[in-house]
Design a protein around this ligand. Structure first.
Ligand code: GDG
Length: 456
């Protein structure tokens, strides 16, 4: 394979940002082939945007651009995060369809494509990431690039009935069909996309991922993203992890820990999860005083109104549950709106008897995989996983729940707390095997192999 050219909203230009799943995978891919990584610098400027910042680290060149205030607002805050994000997570009710934001979204895609095209050489492969750049393939083609372009969508692709709520659905779908290889997190996402093309544009699903549509052939497949599984298992027994586990252990005083870790986002089902915790203490009195639920929820996108509303809702729910059930020496539900070091998280996962991963919709959900890898093989905990997380397709040995059915979730937490060691070990071993086999390296090879054999 020749050089790899990555495009994503945020890059890992700052070495400390190379710790997350995606950043690790893209960085390793780029260093193995040499290449360029394009994205936003993180800066917002008044007036016009200047020349991009260009610098090199190892054999990777970074090209990052500032955004104008109008671009940051229309492209990032509005169209990407208040239109595409809610619609793709099946929350049409939360989408704000403005009149001009799509134009700004398209304008940023076009402007970044304009930075990419002149730097491309024959033999290069382009790899575009996520919902910020759904139109990128189209603009690269218009700029004259005929080589391979891969696209990976980190979030769900909704059913056609939901996707069609987007006023710009046809423009977006046609642009997506300019990519040579389209990667989705799950088979469900892939089949939603294909069904939309078949029902609206007489596309033909030719098997082995190939789709004939708009007079050409593209490839669409599920490539479930993985984690650095071995690395995470090591992080869970690091000194930093052990210290964090000891600290929370002092707070727990021998109680069982039920843990949740999620960016504070309405897709993660946190209000429903808190309701389920209330029902656990209500309907299963044996858990009172002996179980502590801790939810870590670092705030994200706090400039967006829906996220501020969510924060208020969670504060109220947690206050009510603690008011109803708490006692002088017991806080039933602790909710920490801050972030922790990755190794500290690993340590918390390791001592959690149960992990609650109950999003209403999620592309994959890496927390589920991290929890599995952090467990002590001699005494593993139990993963409770939403059927609406992409991870549920791979992690079928978890206890799978419908997060809307809050009584059932409560009952499942109780079942997890009571689960005998032998069953915990049997389930965990199967989960661990799949997370190790289909890790982040497996994912990137699976995608890039398809991209390199696709010589459109
Ligand atoms: C998108 C898709 C898809 C969380 N709190 C802290 C912290 N985290 C880390 C977790 C995990 C990551 O953030 C969250 O990943 P998720 O997959 O759960 O969710 P999104 O952020 O919504 O990611 C998702 C993913 O892209 C990858 O394709 O799986 O479906 O929505 O790694 O550990 N990390 C640190 N401190 C925290 O407090 N250091």
């Amino acid at each position: 394979m020749g050089r790899l050219i990555a495009i994503s909203n945020r890059t890992a230009a700052d070495a400390s940002a190379r710790a997350g799943g995606l950043a690790v995978a893209v960085w390793e891919s780029l260093t193995s082939t040499g290449g360029i990584w394009f994205g936003w610098s993180g800066n917002i400027v008044e007036g016009e945007v200047g020349e991009p910042d260009v610098f090199t680290d190892e054999n990777v060149e970074f090209v990052t651009t500032d955004f104008t205030e109008a671009e940051h607002d229309g492209f990032y805050l509005q169209y990407a995060n208040r239109v595409i994000w809610p619609v793709f997570h099946y929350r049409v009710d939360l989408a704000h369809f403005g009149n001009t934001d799509f134009d700004t979204y398209a304008g940023v895609n076009e402007r970044i494509a304009g930075l990419v095209v002149p730097r491309l050489k024959e033999g290069d492969s382009v790899w575009v990431h996520d919902y910020h750049f759904l139109l990128m393939g189209d603009f690269l083609r218009r700029g004259g690039w005929q080589g391979p372009i891969g696209f990976f969508l980190h979030i769900p692709f909704p059913s056609p009935e939901i996707f069609q709520a987007l006023p710009e659905h046809e423009r977006i779908a046609r642009a997506m069909c300019e990519f040579s290889v389209l990667g989705f997190q799950s088979k469900t996402d892939r089949s939603n996309f294909v069904r939309y093309l078949v029902e609206n544009y007489d596309a033909v699903d030719e098997g082995d991922g190939w789709i004939a549509v708009f007079g050409r052939k593209i490839r669409a497949n599920a490539y479930p993203i993985g984690i650095d599984a071995e690395g995470f298992a090591k992080a869970a027994v690091s000194e930093r992890a052990t210290t964090a586990a000891t600290r929370i252990g002092r707070f727990l005083g021998g109680r069982n820990l039920v843990l949740g870790v999620d960016r504070m986002d309405y897709s993660k089902g946190l209000p429903q999860r808190f309701e389920a915790v209330g029902k656990l203490f209500d309907h299963f009195p044996a858990t009172r005083g002996v179980v502590s639920v801790t939810q870590i929820a670092p705030p994200s996108r706090s400039k967006v109104e829906e996220y501020r509303d969510l924060r208020i809702q969670l504060d109220e729910l947690a206050g009510r549950i603690n008011g109803d059930y708490g006692d002088l020496d017991w806080i039933p539900l602790r909710y920490l709106a801050r972030s922790y070091d990755r190794r500290e998280l690993a340590g918390l996962y390791r001592i959690a008897r149960v992990c609650l991963v109950t999003p209403l919709r999620d592309g994959m959900n890496l927390v589920a995989k991290e929890y599995v890898m952090a467990q002590n093989p001699e005494d593993p905990g139990v993963l409770i996983l939403s059927e609406f997380a992409g991870a549920a397709e791979q992690l079928s040995e978890a206890l799978i729940v419908n997060p809307h059915d809050t009584y059932k979730v409560a009952e499942t937490i109780y079942q997890a707390l009571e689960m005998p060691l032998e069953e915990r070990k049997a389930r965990w071993t199967k989960l661990r095997d799949i997370v190790v086999a289909q890790d982040i390296t497996w994912w990137r090879h699976k995608f890039l192999d398809d991209l390199s054999t696709d010589l459109t």
